[in-house]
Design a protein around this ligand. Structure first.
Ligand SMILES: *[C@@H]1O[C@H](CO)[C@@H](O)[C@H](O)[C@H]1NC(C)=O
Ligand SMILES: *[C@@H]1O[C@H](CO)[C@@H](O)[C@H](O)[C@H]1NC(C)=O
Ligand SMILES: *[C@@H]1O[C@H](CO)[C@@H](O)[C@H](O)[C@H]1NC(C)=O
Ligand SMILES: *[C@@H]1O[C@H](CO)[C@@H](O)[C@H](O)[C@H]1NC(C)=O
Ligand SMILES: *[C@@H]1O[C@H](CO)[C@@H](O)[C@H](O)[C@H]1NC(C)=O
Ligand SMILES: *[C@@H]1O[C@H](CO)[C@@H](O)[C@H](O)[C@H]1NC(C)=O
Length: 258
């Protein structure tokens, strides 16, 4: 008769890491704290604890810290200060404390186009205006030009962008048009993901009253009124955009209505 040996395993308390929040969305330049929780029975034995926070690119080194005071509460909190675009991604949080487990946390970074620099000048040698709006943000924004009154496209628009060393889009939009009368124009920086838009208002009033001066261009800088709009603006503008998308002009992404 063969003896059958029965092994009895000790009851293993499963060691699990939990994340109270799986996705963090943070604004460029702000601080973020991401948290993993692990079971601590009584007082924490630091000698037995290993916490690993890892992200592929590891650009956050030097700006990241583990908040040690929280460990005894079973909270492994990674703080990243002055968040950059390159900090975005998937973070592994692994904890070894007489048992090993890990979770992934996603960090998204957004940079609204908050500060819009504007410039108005006269085209040298021509009776045309050049309006310029420039701003930095992430992700890439479209630039719309619009007028308070009616919505006819006028003038030509050229929107270009470069990347800054910090991974932001540096978007410049230039509207060139022949002025009819004094009118105010706005450039609108819009991105669906930023869930809103920012705009700057440009007035030609002062410029219209200055005489046309041929070669001497670069007459005037107008300080912009920058408005951060949390919600999408008036239905009229939305309607206009939709219409424009339908018309297949969205590739250019730029309109001036007057
Ligand atoms: C980010 O954290 C640093 C260091 O703790 C602090 O000095 C700074 O004020 C924080 N910035 C913001 C925007 O909270
Ligand atoms: C917690 O610690 C107590 C005493 O240190 C021990 O008796 C108990 O088995 C531990 N429980 C777990 C789940 O580790
Ligand atoms: C737009 O501007 C860029 C950079 O200033 C220039 O290289 C390009 O030729 C312009 N495009 C048009 C259509 O004017
Ligand atoms: C963004 O581009 C403009 C020119 O279009 C340039 O003057 C400015 O220095 C750039 N800003 C950054 C941060 O690269
Ligand atoms: C200039 O604007 C006025 C009033 O909006 C309009 O009646 C006129 O036709 C415009 N002229 C040109 C050349 O667009
Ligand atoms: C443009 O804006 C200025 C000040 O914001 C205002 O005084 C002026 O009347 C406006 N012009 C038009 C044509 O709406």
């Amino acid at each position: 008769m063969q003896q059958i040996k029965l092994f009895s395993f000790p009851a293993i308390a499963l060691f699990t890491v939990e994340v109270p929040q799986q996705l963090y969305i943070v604004e460029y330049g702000n601080n973020v704290t991401m948290e993993c929780r692990f079971p601590v029975n009584g007082s924490l034995n630091l000698g037995l604890l290993t916490v690993v926070w890892e992200q592929k690119r590891q650009n956050y080194i030097g700006r990241a810290a583990l908040l040690h005071s929280e460990l005894k509460l079973g909270r492994a909190i990674l703080q990243i200060t002055s968040v950059k675009i390159t900090d975005a991604g998937s973070y592994l949080c692994l904890i070894d404390y007489q048992g090993v487990d890990y979770k992934y946390i996603t960090l998204e970074v957004k940079a609204p186009y908050k500060k819009i620099n504007t410039q108005v000048m006269r085209k040298p040698g021509e009776d045309k205006f050049v309006f310029m709006c420039q701003s930095e943000g992430f992700p890439l924004a479209e630039v719309f030009w619009q007028n308070e009154k009616n919505f006819n496209l006028s003038g030509s628009v050229n929107t270009t962008y470069t990347m800054t060393v910090d991974g932001l889009y540096n978007v410049t939009s230039i509207l060139t048009f022949k002025p009819n009368m004094s009118e105010n124009c706005s450039c609108v920086f819009w991105n669906k993901e930023l869930n809103g838009e920012t705009s700057a208002h440009i007035s030609t009033l002062a410029l219209m009253s200055t005489p046309y001066s041929g070669q001497k261009s670069l007459i005037l800088f107008i300080i912009p009124t920058c408005v951060m709009v949390a919600v999408l603006p008036s239905a009229l503008i939305i309607f206009q955009k939709r219409k424009s998308f339908k018309n297949g002009q969205s590739k250019k992404g730029t309109f001036c209505f007057r």
